[in-house]
Design a binder for this molecule. Structure first.
Ligand code: MIG
Length: 818
């Protein structure tokens, strides 16, 4: 090779060359080696407000102070940055108060009150330390890249040091062990029917992880929509890398030190779920497919006859006319509006499925409109992107085009007028029969910035459900829509709940369900659930019941099954199981006000709804391998039974005092306990000091107007706060502070227990009284003092010395004492 044909390269070491050289068999460059190129010594820097630019003469790295705890890093190999646009982070929430800049002999330091970002001059390594100069996350080698001769742009890489025993969590719903250390993953949304343990990738891409180094947590959010990879000490134990097949090396370093801080801060970047309609937290019954009309009406009636609570029934693809979206099969559903109303009259919401594939059919208005307005995706040479899906030959809207999203949102008008209450977005990876998905050369609008499918693939589903959500929100006029999506990218939580796709009826998948949901919760998507019972295959009664039990404690609770399997309703496995399933669905309904409050804490404050043990007690080494215990909100701990025939379980409780939910037995935390759990039970523990709201069992949300509400108060000797939230349940008035948030503070000693109440917000609930039950009092009370005055209050005691009193809801403090 001639000297002049060589790519001009800055000095790089032999070692780097050996690692990086790849011979690409490309006709244009022949066998010319494509090198991995690394940042070189820093030559100069420039500051523009809270933005710092460091250059090695050829490449530039931007260090942006986002907040006291979040710093964003970007690299431009030839110093030209791409457009600063992100589907995940719609608006960077700048909140940095003070920051400073220092230059020393060896490095530059950008420092906030809590984090210091250190840029070494000689090697251009980037590291993050806390304000005590404890190193938390460091580059192993300088950021690097490779030119992409086929498409232009670069493959971009970042390699960090991985410390012995450093643990890794997050990354969406990878169906694998909870701590991802030692594994490599890929993000490329994929329709994975009947997926297996460890299969990768699946339907969603959330390129965000939490590292736990010793007892300090931090987060890395690699906001890149191309195919991305993460290697957590898999290739080499001492390195953790992430890289992408295009786009920018752009990541946010999110400071902890607690995992909870990291997740909350990740939420400040990517947003939280809007409040869901309350009914969406009830039990949902789905199947592929319930049709014709008589079948679904009978299903509804069976629920009510058997008095098994249920709020939503689903129509899968067979409700459509030849699988044409936004149409009805009139043979099966001659009068959908009447049917939906009939269901609504007995308290059921109807949710229908929608797919992105639009049937190529000149007589079908959706296709015609899409075609006339050029809304469908095209190949690089301007041919339409065509593929076969359920309707046959289809074209696909380009949801990355804002105009297309607007159009798509409007298409729901008919379904909304029919009374449909929720939309289930399927096949939006996007999935195409045969080829799997779109070819790479499909072009997308990408909100005006243009891109091939390589860039838009991972956000396609998220933009579909965004269009769906925004459209429904307008059409419902201030009523909350329910949307469910299969595919998604970081930030999808702003538009939708997700379910984990086509799982399998096996005990191992029950375990995966637990892992996937807790992992999703840490990755910003708290409103998640799995197909209860397993989508493919056949569960037996025991597996189904255990899955219902876990389902009570997954934010989205829906049973679903494939069409070629036996029926899968709560009564499908005989009377014994029916009674058990009913008992646990009823438990879900009792806990609805608690569940709803946990959603509020997610929406408003960015707390994940499901919290694995390691998040509650991250400094205890062994916890990073505990996978089965988790809390729902911060008060109820669950450890579902995950094996056939199992009737008891060793459960670890974090420090503090806990109570067995069923027996009220007191259990000390910081140790393991054996908890009995025959099929009619499951290990559930409540933290001491909790105030757990409870509703009577209703057959559907709002069936009964309450005139009192129950609270279970769990005695504690240390002070504990609990939050209780309520609002209209179905409007957006909460955005104007029309809600009530109550804080209860519980504290007791050997002869008294007090509960104080604080309220905030403008919503006034209908009921007047609280029905309060004290659990675990170490004494038998004889007196009650309400707001400083002793009252003659009737106290009821039961065999377990639990004390029950009724009180007006406006009290400030209640004390029960000897
Ligand atoms: O190619 O609509 O994951 O929940 O029932 C299968 C039929 C298409 C896949 C979804 C599943 C749904 C099914 N769909």
């Amino acid at each position: 090779m001639d000297e002049k044909d060589k790519i001009s390269l800055p000095e790089i070491t032999i070692e780097q060359l050996e690692e990086g050289v790849q011979h690409v068999n490309n006709p244009i460059v022949g066998l010319k080696p494509i090198e991995k190129r690394y940042l070189q010594q820093v030559k100069d820097y420039k500051q523009v407000d809270n933005d710092f630019f460091f250059s090695d003469g050829e490449s530039t790295v931007e260090v942006k102070v986002v907040s006291d705890e979040i710093i964003r890093i970007r690299m431009a190999p030839q110093s030209t940055f791409l457009e600063d646009f992100s589907y995940a982070v719609p608006k960077i929430p700048y909140t940095a108060s003070l920051f400073s800049f220092k230059e020393t002999e060896l490095d530059y330091r950008v420092e906030t009150n809590t984090v210091s970002c250190i840029i070494s001059k000689k090697e251009f390594l980037i590291s993050f330390a806390d304000n005590q100069q404890n190193m938390i996350n460091e580059d192993f080698s300088a950021m690097h890249w490779e030119e992409n001769v086929d498409y232009g742009g670069y493959y971009v890489y970042c390699t960090k040091k991985s410390h012995k025993d450093e643990a890794y969590f997050g990354l969406g719903d990878k169906p694998t062990k909870f701590n991802m250390r030692g594994r490599r993953f890929q993000n490329w949304n994929t329709d994975t029917y009947s997926f297996a343990r460890d299969q990768d990738p699946l339907y969603r891409s959330i390129p965000f992880y939490i590292g736990l180094k010793e007892s300090t947590a931090y987060g890395i959010f690699f906001d890149n929509t191309y195919k991305t990879y993460f290697d957590f000490g898999h290739e080499e134990d001492s390195k953790t890398s992430f890289w992408a097949e295009g786009g920018e090396l752009l990541y946010y370093y999110i400071h902890g030190p607690h995992m909870m801080d990291v997740v909350k801060r990740y939420h400040t970047l990517t947003g939280t779920h809007p409040m869901p309609p309350l009914w969406a937290l009830g039990y949902h019954q789905c199947r592929w497919s319930y049709y014709p009309e008589s079948k679904i009406i009978k299903l509804a009636k069976t629920f009510r006859d058997k008095k098994i609570p249920c709020d939503a029934l689903y129509l899968d693809i067979d409700y459509m006319d030849g699988y044409r979206c936004f149409t009805w099969n009139k043979k099966y559903f001659p009068d959908p509006k009447k049917m939906v109303k009939e269901l609504a009259d007995s308290g059921f919401r109807t949710v229908v499925i929608i797919d992105p594939g639009i049937k190529v059919d000149e007589n079908y208005s959706v296709y015609k409109e899409g075609k006339d307005n050029k809304y469908f995706c095209r190949r690089s040479d301007d041919y339409f992107m065509e593929g076969h899906v359920w309707p046959g030959r289809c074209q696909f809207p380009d949801f990355t085009n804002p105009e297309v999203r607007e159009w798509w949102g409007g298409l729901f008008k008919g379904l909304v007028e029919t009374g449909v209450a929720g939309i289930w977005n399927d096949m939006n990876e996007p999935a195409v029969f045969g080829s799997g998905t779109f070819p790479d050369d499909v072009r997308h609008n990408y909100d005006g910035l243009r891109g091939s499918h390589r860039k838009a693939h991972n956000v396609y589903g998220m933009q579909m459900v965004r269009a769906t959500y925004d459209g429904l929100k307008k059409l419902y006029k201030n009523k909350r829509p329910l949307t469910i999506t299969r595919a998604g990218y970081a930030g999808v939580q702003r538009y939708s709940s997700v379910w984990t796709g086509d799982n399998l009826a096996s005990w191992d998948h029950l375990k995966l369900a637990l892992l996937q949901c807790t992992r999703l919760s840490l990755s910003g998507v708290s409103f998640c659930g799995t197909d209860i019972g397993g989508f493919t295959g056949e569960p037996d009664g025991e597996l189904f019941t255990r899955w219902i039990q876990l389902g009570v404690f997954t934010p989205f609770m829906r049973a679903h099954s494939a069409g070629d399997t036996r029926e899968r309703e709560p009564w499908s496995f005989g009377e014994t199981y029916e009674a058990l399933n009913k008992k646990f669905i009823e438990l879900r309904y009792k806990l609805l006000p608690y569940i709803y409050s946990a959603f509020w804490e997610n929406h408003k404050f960015g707390f994940p709804i499901l919290r694995p043990i390691v998040m509650l007690e991250q400094d205890k080494e062994g916890n990073r391998f505990r996978e089965e215990e988790f809390t729902f909100g911060d008060k109820i701990l669950i450890s579902p039974i995950l094996n056939p025939g199992q009737t008891s379980k060793i459960v670890y409780l974090p420090p503090g005092t806990w109570y067995d939910y069923w027996t009220h037995e007191k259990l000390e935390g910081g140790e393991e306990h054996i908890i009995q759990a025959e099929l009619d039970s499951m290990p559930i523990c409540v933290k001491a000091g909790s105030v757990i709201p409870e509703w009577p069992v209703m057959q559907y949300v709002n069936e009964i107007d309450l005139d009192e509400i129950k609270f279970q108060v769990y005695f504690s000797t240390y002070e504990v706060n609990s939050y209780y939230y309520e609002d209209h349940g179905d409007t957006f008035a909460y955005e104007q502070d029309i809600y009530t948030e109550k804080k209860f503070v519980v504290k007791g000693d050997a002869c008294s227990c007090s509960i104080r109440q604080f309220s905030e917000g403008l919503y006034t609930p209908r009921y007047e009284t609280y029905d309060i039950k004290f659990i675990g009092l170490p004494f038998l009370p004889t007196r009650v003092i309400i707001d400083g005055r002793e009252q003659k209050v009737e106290m009821e005691f039961d065999a377990l010395k639990r004390v029950r009193i009724k009180a007006n809801k406006n009290f400030k403090e209640i004390q029960v004492l000897i």
